[in-house]
Design a protein. Sequence first.
Lengths: 150, 617
Amino acid sequence: MDAQRLESILSHYECEPWDLIPIMQDIQDSYSYLPKDELQEVSQRLKVPLTQIFSVATFFKMFSLVPKGRHQVKVCLGTTCHLRGGSRLVESLSNRLGVEVGYTTKDMQFSLETVGCLGSCAQAPVMMIDDKYFGRSSVDKVPKILKLYK
Amino acid sequence: MPRFESVDHLREYRRQLMARQDLKQPQVLVCAGPGCLPMGSAEVAAAFKEELQKNGLDGKVALKECGCQGLCARAVKVLLRPQEIAYQHVTPEDVPEIVEATLKNGQVVERLVYEDPDTHNRLVRKAEIPFYQGQQAIVLRKLDVIDPESLDDYLVMGGYRALRKVLTEMSPDDVIAAVEQSGLRGRGGGGFPTGRKWRIGADALDEVKFIICNGDEGDPGAFMDRAVMEGDPHAVLEGMIIGAYAIGAQRGYIYVRHEYPLAVKRLALAIDQAREVGFLGPNILRSGFGFDIKISRGAGAFVCGEETALIASVEGFIGEPSPRPPYPAQEGLFGKPTVINNVETWANVPEIINLGADWFAAIGTENSKGTKVFSLVGAVNHTGLVEVPMGTTLRRIIFDLGGGLRPGREFKAVQTGGPSGGCIPAQFLDLPVDYDSLQSVGSIMGSGGMIVMDNTSCMVDVARYFISFLYEESCGKCTPCREGLKQLRFLLDEIIAGRGEMEHLSLMEELCGTMSSASLCGLGQSAVNPVLTTMKYFREEYEAHIRDKKCPALVCRPLLKYTIDPEACTGCLACVRECPVGAISGKKKQAQEIDQELCVKCGLCYEACQFDAVKVE
């Protein structure tokens, strides 16, 4: 366990039980997943049972118990994106990256996810890689977009 | 910035700010709203920065990346003040020309201004464009003026004047009375009278009370709250501080979706700024009243938009709703009275205080006062954010502001209220939009998503989409919602797969009845609206799927057949590369053929083809 890294996250909090989700979010952001040892430490420090931590980790979509890739590819499946072929976009990305939705490529470069709505509905279909948005990303634009990250 | 020690100090600071304002200074406002950001607004702003420097104009021209300018269809938008020239579809390549022609020589770059699709007239100024006519901006008023990261900009636009007024001239009871009198109702969708909610919170006897801003805008197709949080974060804070003063709360939370990273960043910055100058913290403006705000990031669960689920997740638990009553205003976060309002509701509060309850109550309809922001998206020409007085008709919003549908397309339905809303058919286009009227046709106002659908949308598919969305998002606590959604999805899947029976329709109606009356929270109760409205208004589409095994809109995959027109096919092999199952074969530069046995009907070939050679029936 990377004790120093965890300490620097915990130092921002009073470590009360209600700090659980923000702390888990910081760990997720920093490690790209929730390592078991770290969660055990959080459980002891916050006096929150590990079962509750597990329920939170599996209930919310942003948490992952396995390491994620270097780049997070998020495809919007909001209503407008659905109508404008969002699911085809997912399939195309899935084919090109060789990975199913919810999983990470073998080389740990890309994790592919779908999102309820990214809130850029006027530019449907929309996808996001890390913090960058790509509007009107029809299937034929996929190779060009992925090239930026390969 | 200084720390404001008193209300007078703040007034004096603003006076000096105003005196320093150069109203003639050229301003370049690059829209960085939800619609322009994915189209490269950051690159356009960077190009302006470089070009201004190159021309020695960087000190003379103010460059701002501002919030949403509304007309997302024309992204990236750039507004030049003081002439109010609205450039559209701007790319970094256009920037040198804009700087040279407009900023240096005062000429308009004709090709970048709005072109009326009918008359082909060029409309230069923002106010001339039909999209903006008939809008009334209260919540969106400052979005295309201020730099969202500048507190000074917010102050210049009259920011924190309402807070000043409240702290010096109004008692908490006066504030609540004003909000009650204004007729403001919750903009998150429920439409509960805001003043009444505040009154319940204020009347609670506990010493510890909380305020929450619900920024968990989860409805697919809605982005007005994102635009406000990103574009005018201080308006949300000011509304919350005023609310806290009225109710007697010491602490506030803003719950923002983690899918909105920029909103989180902007709100965090605004909170820091407000603390630094003394709008937040103990003893605000030396009034004796103290209040502070924390951001609570959502972790990706649609159900957390429901207030009791939201509270559970702030407390560190999974987002499961609990039965009401007790309502959060009586017993909420950590068991204490908690007033939760949506982003847009909070952003309305400062304006109500500034301009008066009567002014606000004069806008809108009898039971729905003020304006509403809608995200107008889907099959309309002018997609974007619109803010109109309550009671504006759907026809006016979709056809006058929204510019109607693309040529050759026919209006089929407008979907309001997200997954809890319904699909409204053409016969109700003249319906004035307010809380009650939308409910009367089986939909709801919701948070303000307005998705226009044309003849290329299949209503069975739309119903299946929402049910599938909610099935994924249902927290699973109560049986009617968890199991009902599963069964509804199964039945809709059967219909879409061509295995539907007419009895399925009555079975679905029965399920809907149980779910709406027996589900624990709004998610399950209203989940039936997309199914019921599509079955009621578009029954013939369901029947076509069931009886004729056909999808009239050519959407439902199992009922489709893809072929390649050998005349049109150039043999470029773009479809072959896209096909995930290797069902397309043929020689290069010759017509290709699709093996119907192998084809999974994904439609990727159809989209990849540049020559319209892939046909679907």
